[in-house]
Ligand binder design. Structure first.
Ligand SMILES: *Cc1c(COP(=O)(O)O)cnc(C)c1O
Length: 373
């Protein structure tokens, strides 16, 4: 049996090596490295997959910042998100002079607790920023309803949920990241669709906004050397685009491989006393950027598994409102009890497209032994 990895990027590459190598060589030969060639091809293909406008950019963090910039949010404006997520949302908001306001996460889904949303809306609130954590959508219909009622933008952090379908109550579907005014995505190597470096994308159904964001990503340029707004230099480069274009062709198969691994975990872990498998919701598919269980014996379990050669990771080991850098926001321990509990109980198991049944067997056996000991 191969060594078990948390995320097997090289193994996955080997399954597409010839295609990827050829695509990279093509870019090198063409010397169309920036804003041309494969970037344009990939944007068109992703746009057709997502059924919306796509503007690629340097990374998911820039995508979030450009969402704020594109919507014209101003210093002092408030945005609502959760403290149980990756740092980017809060970081970019603060850099833009915005004030991040938190609501707690939901213990079962790890996503924004919509029941708390209305209570933190003020006259300064401009946007709600749900994060589709670990690959399953937040309760978007509820969020959109509240946003609409209060005249707020909905910006989706879909960085972990590319390929996930939101399922509306009438059974119609849309891709995660295409429901709100803007969706943000990351092509960080370990994400659902990962580059061999950094990359990101912004999704929007609004043509005008897509144009604005495209201009922001390119120094705020209107025509060559004419700048209509303050912008950034945020680009996906052609080598990454070439890799992503190849991987997009295999994307459905890769999502299925993640879902199959998750189904295996489910079968053998559900009913284990002391462990909770990830809850599914009726309004979203799950693409398992992470397969995250909960247990009160988290640290012990992680150590036990590590001794057996089974890697696991804690996403996330600390809530954002208690991080040193964000103390100035004025939150205290106890403010978001669910999130504060989750950082002590969650554990993500190995999850990637190349997991073999033999490996999955070994992992669930290890977990079984730990709970039976
Ligand atoms: C990965 C990620 C980001 C940031 O993406 P980068 O491409 O690393 O900048 C933002 N939000 C969430 C939830 C993420 O998982």
């Amino acid at each position: 049996m191969q060594n078990i990895q948390m995320c097997d990027l090289y193994g996955q590459y080997l399954t597409m090596k010839d295609e990827i190598d050829a695509a990279m060589q093509e870019v090198i030969k063409s010397t169309r490295f920036i804003k041309s060639g494969k970037v344009i091809d990939f944007e068109a293909k992703l746009s057709s997959y997502m059924q919306t406008n796509v503007v690629t950019c340097g990374n998911g963090t820039d995508a979030l910042q450009m969402a704020f910039m594109g919507l014209g949010l101003q210093p002092g404006d408030e945005i609502i998100t959760t403290p149980f997520t990756f740092v980017s949302t809060v970081e970019t908001a603060v850099l833009m002079g915005l004030k991040p306001v938190f609501v707690d996460a939901c213990e079962e889904t790890f996503n924004m607790d919509v029941l708390q949303l209305e209570s933190v809306i003020t006259s300064k609130t401009k946007a709600v920023l749900p994060v589709h954590l670990f690959g399953q959508c937040a309760n978007m219909e509820a969020i959109m309803r509240i946003a609409q009622k209060n005249d707020l933008h909905v910006i989706e952090d879909a960085c972990q949920a590319l390929g996930t379908d939101y399922i509306f109550s009438d059974d119609s579907k849309k891709k995660a990241g295409t429901l709100g005014i803007i969706g943000c995505n990351s092509f960080f190597p370990s994400k659902n669709l990962g580059a061999f470096g950094d990359g990101g994308a912004v999704f929007t159904n609004d043509e005008k906004l897509a144009k604005v964001i495209r201009s922001i990503a390119n120094h705020g340029m209107k025509a060559k050397y004419q700048y209509e707004r303050v912008g950034l230099n945020s680009r996906l480069d052609s080598i990454q685009a070439a890799i992503l274009e190849v991987k997009l062709q295999h994307f459905e198969k890769h999502i299925k491989a993640r879902q199959d691994a998750a189904a295996y975990y489910d079968t053998y872990l559900q009913g284990l006393d002391g462990l909770a498998i990830p809850q599914r919701v009726s309004y979203s598919t799950h693409t398992f950027h992470q397969y995250t269980i909960k247990t009160d014996k988290r640290d012990e379990m992680q150590k036990y598994l590590a001794e057996k050669g089974i890697p696991s990771m804690v996403y996330y080991p600390q809530v954002l409102h208690l991080q040193e850098a964000y103390q100035f926001l004025g939150y205290r321990e106890g403010d978001f009890p669910v999130s504060e509990k989750l950082v002590k109980t969650v554990l993500s198991l190995p999850m990637h497209t190349e997991l073999e049944v033999e490996q999955l067997e070994y992992i669930v056996e290890g977990i079984d032994e730990f709970f039976e000991k």
